[in-house]
Design a protein around this ligand. Structure first.
Ligand code: DQA
Length: 149
């Protein structure tokens, strides 16, 4: 069975309360429930982790080695400057899909650059919480519709 780690970075624990006009009013818990429900339908095993600390996210990526087949990562603001996260993704070589609720290209200039994008399998942004679900569909396609692993 395909195992996926969904990683949420800084400030995403405040979803629902945090700038709802940008990020929507759904809480992280509710988003995780939706991701989990679709994941189960697609035959995936999912785990979830959120941290406001770069090092904890790096540790989690390291610990994913040999455990997860894919990582779905919303690195929050770390997306724009964390070479440590980028190196962690490169180090473990687990295919990682970068996701964002907002369209990072359509906002402040500093958000338009992702330092992790070059080492990610792909990037999905701008669809609100649907961005995470689209990442699961992308993985489903990539896995060739087969989940007998
Ligand atoms: C975000 C976009 C980032 O620029 C921002 O710092 C976030 C959320 C998004 O999901 O749209 O924390 O990753």
């Amino acid at each position: 069975m395909t195992k996926i780690l969904v990683l949420h970075g800084p400030n995403l624990n405040l979803l629902g309360r945090r700038e709802p006009e940008v990020y929507g009013d759904q809480t992280l818990e509710s988003i995780n429930e939706d991701i989990n429900a679709l994941g189960q339908q697609l035959g995936f095993k999912l785990d979830f982790f959120q941290s406001n600390h770069e090092g904890h996210l790096v540790d989690q990526i390291h610990e994913s080695l040999g455990v997860y087949d894919w990582i779905v990562l919303n690195a929050g603001a770390l997306t724009h400057y964390s070479y440590a996260l980028r190196d962690a993704i490169s180090s473990v070589q687990i295919p990682t899909i970068e996701v964002h609720l907002s369209n990072i290209q359509a906002r402040e200039e500093f958000r338009s650059r992702s330092v992790i994008a070059p080492v990610c399998f792909g990037q999905i942004c701008g669809f609100g919480s649907l961005s995470y679900l689209l990442a699961l569909y992308a993985i489903f396609e990539q896995e060739g519709f087969s989940n007998d692993k």
